[in-house]
Design a protein around this ligand. Structure first.
Ligand code: DGJ
Length: 732
């Protein structure tokens, strides 16, 4: 197998490459590690070109050197620190025992290995064999101290992907306080970028935002203890004219579910400096002698053909090398969830009626959401009491599960394991489990509080309760929810100078819990959720292959949410349900067919009271379910293309193509009926131009080239939020 990483010993240049991309790193004067290039593959870098140095006022030089042309302030670098006369936002800040914050990182040695080592205690992309990737570890050390930084780069052989992370080691005898430790840094010259990010809010997640990178620092971050609805851990740097199918796009996503920070700085000479890692807000890690600290991983993707290709690279990587392998080709069941149908107002009898309807319609799984445990009748109590509410299930949960199974359906159950209600047995027994600062009153949110998941004893208590339920009930699916963000950050088990570790230790504790639970119950399907898509990230995807995209189930709002989400995450990770109208969140009324077209664009289900529907609606749902069963392999495992953006406010369209290009499904939407409609078309993508395709419903035959170049005339419908689904099959 050809090497993916080379080091030119003489010219001191590392070249990471595969058939698509190249990444170049140089060791410069003063053993400074500089960044040379990331982008389209370069066959062979001749190594003669160096960064043009210049004596620039107020940009200082190497200690002890009289070379005024060489400055760490202007040189593009791989990892910069505080205190080395580099005035960019640093990748790392460390406070030493004597209180000073200087660090002067120099190249020490490197190692190249086949494959990709696991990250200690953290989720990450994986390989299935050693030939699939190579890993370069470059060790930098503090020239005047005893800290070592292992910068780790893995390049995949067949993907335009490099992953990065950093491990810091204290090889001395004094304590160091890590105040900032980014997972990566990269500096670009000669680039006028736009930055695309995914900001949002609860019930309005991952709205696409694009802005010019101007002088100064733009920060995209979360300090909420979760990756958050408010800012997803992803950005893309793109050329000004990059669109869905043209131009360069660099995508960066963190495999992490906690506080993150993406900093994009345009400096004094128009270079773009990028730093990504754990948010340094509320972070300070005490690194004792002999100890190491591992940062989370960042995935870097390069596309030379716009955003659709960038997304495809992320989608493939997520489906093939992030979610657990056992779910990779597993068809996800169509479910009915009790939440929007009944909220807390559930009991065995009422649920059985829903189960009967669901079974009759061909639904494959029944999920009992919130309200089944402790004394829970509303959101004011019982979090932490993971035992069955006998009033609601007088015959026990097992009997109800048996009922569901006898109907030929799977059974799913909702949990919110990281939380505690004051009105709970858990709180009365263990008030100290609640995360709070001693002598201060903690802030409620949804009248609930966060458990200190950084503590092993807390995790063990919750694990045992859940384990007890799972080992005595045949549960096929778990929805793991988290309905508030962290505050009152303090852990009773940590010393005063370790309180800055709590947020990260919480996430490490969560990962440890998920690792243990998913290993013990590998046959359970796990859905991640945090008040909808508040923790929709690749860290959670490492354990749970599906994620509740948003609490907003309004089809118009969902078009944007799912479209924005698709920039990074594949449709197979998103769950989407048809709910009732007028929509509880937006008050909007949208037809059942459009609601289902949006929900069918992901992992499909229903979340409404089927017993209250009209006969025609029930029959429409029956045919939707049959149709989704026909197309779901294409939706869940096919290639996804964005065609028209709902953010333009007029229409939306996207499509899915099977790997062999023999089948495709197109969803197209028109937002407003009009008395003088403009004639529009939808141009398809990703088909084989040589194939002929039949649209299954109409029987109409089109050429692949025709569909992609001439396109399809959009239907003219006098209705708001109309939709059209095309199901195309290759004609023999
Ligand atoms: C928030 C989730 O996103 C909803 O789907 C539902 O499970 C509620 N929590 C229940 O409290």
């Amino acid at each position: 197998m050809a090497n993916l990483i080379e080091y030119d010993d003489e010219k001191k240049i590392f070249h990471l490459h595969n058939k698509n991309i190249s990444y170049l790193i140089a060791v410069e004067k003063g053993d400074t590690l500089s960044h040379l290039y990331f982008g389209k593959r370069i066959r062979k870098y001749n190594s003669n070109q160096k960064y043009p140095n210049l004596d620039r006022g107020f940009s200082g030089n190497l200690p002890g050197s009289l070379d005024r042309g060489f400055s760490r302030d202007t040189l593009p670098k791989e990892y910069s620190s505080d205190g080395e006369m580099d005035y960019h936002t640093p990748a790392t800040i460390v406070q030493h025992e004597d209180g000073d914050q200087s660090l002067f990182l120099v190249f020490d040695h490197y190692r190249i290995q086949d494959g990709k080592p696991k990250l200690n205690g953290l989720p990450s992309t994986y390989v299935e064999n050693k030939e699939e990737a190579q890993t370069l570890t470059i060790t930098l050390r503090d020239k005047y101290g005893d800290l070592e930084y292992d910068l780790r780069y893995t390049i995949y052989r067949d993907r335009p992907v490099i992953t990065r992370s950093v491990q810091i080691k204290n090889s001395g005898s004094q304590v160091h306080y890590l105040k900032k430790v980014a997972s990566m840094q990269m500096d670009f010259v000669n680039k006028e970028f736009d930055v695309i990010s995914l900001p949002g809010a609860h019930a309005n997640e991952r709205q696409i935002n694009r802005a010019k990178v101007d002088p100064g620092i733009k920060v995209f971050s979360s300090c909420r203890g979760a990756s958050s609805h408010q800012m997803n851990p992803f950005i893309a740097l793109v050329d000004k004219d990059t669109d869905e199918d043209n131009g360069q796009a660099y995508g960066f996503a963190m495999v992490y579910s906690g506080n993150h920070k993406f900093e994009v700085e345009k400096d004094q000479i128009k270079q773009t400096h990028l730093v990504i890692g754990i948010n340094d807000y509320n972070f300070c890690w005490k690194l004792k002698p002999g100890r190491t600290f591992q940062t989370p991983e960042v995935i870097m993707v390069y596309s030379d053909l716009g955003l659709n290709k960038m997304s495809r690279i992320f989608h493939n990587l997520t489906g093939e090398r992030i979610i657990p392998a056992r779910y990779r080709k597993q068809i996800k069941p169509i479910l009915l969830n009790s939440w929007e149908a009944m909220t807390f107002n559930i009991n065995e009898d009422k649920l059985k009626k829903l189960v009967n309807e669901a079974q009759d319609l061909g639904i494959e799984m029944f999920v009992v959401d919130d309200g089944w445990f402790g004394n829970r009748d509303d959101d004011n109590s019982s979090l932490g009491d993971w035992y069955v509410n006998k009033k609601k299930f007088p015959n026990g949960l097992s009997k109800f599960i048996e009922y569901v199974h006898k109907k030929g359906m799977k059974f799913g159950l909702w949990f919110e394991p990281e939380m505690i209600s004051l009105d709970s047995t858990l709180y009365s027994l263990h008030p100290d489990y609640l995360m709070q600062v001693p002598s201060r009153k903690p802030s409620p949110c949804r009248n609930q509080y966060v458990l200190d998941f950084s503590r092993k004893d807390v995790r063990e208590n919750i694990f045992d309760q859940i384990d007890n339920l799972l080992s005595s009930n045949k549960i096929d699916y778990i929805k793991w929810d988290m309905n508030r963000h962290i505050s009152d950050i303090y852990s009773l088990k940590l010393s005063a100078d370790q309180q800055g570790e709590v947020c990260h230790r919480y996430i490490l504790g969560l990962y440890e819990f998920l690792d243990k639970l998913t290993r013990k119950y590998p046959n359970i399907l796990f859905e991640s959720c945090s008040g909808g898509g508040g923790r929709f990230d690749l860290g959670m995807a490492y354990y749970m292959p599906i994620d509740w995209t948003s609490d907003n189930t309004d089809a118009a709002a969902r078009m944007k949410i799912q479209y924005g989400t698709s920039l990074v995450y594949p449709p197979s990770l998103m769950t989407a349900h048809v709910s009732d109208i007028p929509n509880g969140g937006t008050g909007r009324t949208i037809s059942l067919s459009t609601r289902s077209a949006v929900a069918m664009s992901a992992v499909f289900g229903y979340e409404l009271d089927l017993t209250k529907l009209k006969k025609e609606e029930i029959e429409e749902i029956r045919s939707q379910i049959n149709f989704y069963k026909q197309i779901r392999k294409i939706i869940q495992f096919g290639v996804f293309y964005r065609l028209k953006s709902p953010f333009d406010g007029i229409q939306a369209a996207w499509m899915f193509v099977s790997d062999d290009q023999k089948k495709a499904v197109v969803m197209s939407f028109n937002f407003f009926g009009s008395a003088q409609p403009v004639v529009t078309k939808t141009l398809l993508k990703g088909l084989n131009p040589e194939f002929d395709y039949k649209e299954v419903k109409s029987g109409q035959v089109y050429g692949g080239d025709e569909l992609m170049n001439f396109g399809l005339f959009d239907p003219i419908v006098k209705e708001d939020y109309s939709s059209k689904i095309y199901y195309l099959e290759k004609v023999n």
